[in-house]
Write a protein that binds this ligand. Structure first.
Ligand code: NAD
Length: 310
C-alpha cells in the first residue's frame, strides 16, 4: 500500500521523459495512472513497464491541446476507476519550443505553442476539477477529525480532495533569447497555477508548479549524442551547484510529494527542482567556468549553433 493508493492520476505526456518517470513513480506509490500522449508505442511501453512491476496503468492517445481530448481523458479516468484525484500537466512537443522573437514568429505559431503550453492546462483544470470534487477525499472527510490546536477554528475545510501539478521550467523564471513562445508559455504556467490555487483551494484541491532545470530524458540523451560531447555535457554539470544535471526521477519524486496528503498545506508554489541552477549569481558562474571553456576548446553542446548576437 503506497501513500497514493486508491487514487486515480492522469499524467499528460506520460509516455516518456519527465512524464514517463512521473507515471512510473505515481503508480509505484499506489495510484492508478492514466497516461495521455500522442505517441502510442512509447505510451504502451511505459504502461507495460508499470504493469510488469505490479502497478496499475492505462493509456489514451490524444493531443491535449484539443478540448475534446481533455474532456475525454477525464471521462475515461472516471469510467475506469470511478474517481479522479491527481492531474499532472506535463505534455510538451510540436512547436512549443519554436524559436524566435516577437518579430520572428507567426501569430499561428504563437497560437499553437501557447495552445499546448498554457491553454491545455486551463482545459485540464476546467474538466478535472469538477471530477475531483465529485470524487471527494479518498479517506472521506469527517468533521469529527477536525480537532487539535491550530486546527479547530471554524468549519472543517475540504482537504486532500485533489492535486494538480503543472510543469513549468527554469525558463518560466529566467529568460533565454529568441524563445518567446516557450518562455512566455512557461511563465504563463506560473500565473495560471497561482490563480488556480486561489480558486480551487476552498474545494480542497491544491495546485502547484514545478520548474525543472536541465533534465536528461530519452530525447535529451539523443540530442546530446547527436550534437554534444563529454566536455560539453560536463560544462552543463559544472553550472549546477550540485554538479549534475537532472533525471526524470528527480522531478517525479517532487511531484509525488506534492500529490501526497503530507503536502496538503502547500499550494500555489513554484518549486524549482533544478539542483540550485536558478539561485546563482550569473556573472559569477560565467567567470568560474571561463577557465574550463578555455581549457576545453573542442567542447560541443546542443547550443553550439547559437551565437551571442542571436
Ligand atoms: N527535459 C528538460 O530539461 C525540461 C526542463 C524544464 C522543463 N521541462 C518540461 O517538462 C515537461 C516534459 O518535458 P520532457 O523533456 O520530458 O519532454 P519529452 O519530449 O521527453 O516528453 C514529452 C511527452 O509529451 C508528449 N506530447 C507531446 N505533445 C503532446 C500533446 N499535444 N498531447 C499529449 N502529449 C504530448 C510526447 O509524445 C512525450 O511523450 C515539459 O512541460 C517541458 O517543458 C523539461
Amino acid at each position: 500500500m503506497g501513500n497514493l493508493s486508491k487514487r486515480t492520476a492522469i499524467v499528460t505526456g506520460g509516455a516518456r521523459g519527465i512524464g514517463g518517470g512521473t507515471a512510473r513513480k505515481l503508480a509505484a506509490d499506489g495510484a492508478h495512472v492514466l497516461i495521455i500522449d500522442v505517441e502510442e508505442s512509447s505510451a504502451k511501453k511505459n504502461v507495460d513497464t508499470i504493469r510488469a512491476s505490479g502497478g496499475q496503468a492505462d493509456f489514451m492517445i490524444g493531443d491535449v491541446s484539443e478540448e475534446n481530448v481533455v474532456k475525454e481523458m477525464v471521462t475515461l479516468a472516471l469510467n475506469q476507476t470511478g474517481r479522479l484525484d491527481i492531474l499532472v500537466q506535463n505534455a510538451y512537443g510540436g512547436n512549443a519550443h519554436a524559436s524566435g522573437s516577437a518579430v520572428d514568429i507567426s501569430p499561428d505559431a504563437w497560437d499553437r505553442g501557447l495552445g499546448l503550453l498554457a491553454r491545455s492546462l486551463f482545459l485540464g483544470a476546467k474538466y478535472a476539477v469538477p471530477a475531483m470534487e465529485e470524487s471527494g477525499n479518498v479517506g472521506g472527510s469527517s468533521p469529527d477529525d477536525w480537532t487539535g490546536a491550530g486546527l479547530r477554528h471554524g468549519m472543517a475545510p475540504n482537504q486532500n480532495v485533489g492535486r494538480i501539478v503543472n510543469i513549468s521550467s527554469v525558463h518560466g523564471l529566467l529568460q533565454a533569447p529568441k524563445a518567446l513562445i516557450y518562455e512566455s508559455g512557461k511563465a504563463a504556467v506560473i500565473g495560471l497555477t497561482r490563480q488556480m490555487a486561489v480558486d480551487f483551494g476552498p474545494l480542497g484541491i491544491t495546485v502547484n508548479a514545478i520548474a525543472p532545470g536541465h533534465i536528461v530524458t530519452e530525447a535529451g540523451e539523443a540530442m546530446w549524442s547527436e550534437s554534444g560531447n563529454e566536455p560539453g555535457f560536463r560544462l552543463f554539470e559544472l553550472q549546477y551547484p550540485v554538479r549534475r544535471t537532472g533525471v526524470p526521477e528527480d522531478i517525479a519524486n517532487a511531484i509525488a510529494f506534492l500529490c501526497s496528503d503530507d503536502a496538503s498545506f502547500i499550494t500555489g508554489v513554484v518549486l524549482p527542482v533544478d539542483g540550485g541552477l536558478s539561485i546563482q549569481l550569473q556573472e559569477d558562474v560565467i567567470m568560474r567556468l571561463k577557465d574550463y571553456i578555455v581549457e576545453n576548446p573542442n567542447l560541443r553542446t546542443h547550443f553550439d549553433d547559437r551565437s551571442l548576437e542571436q
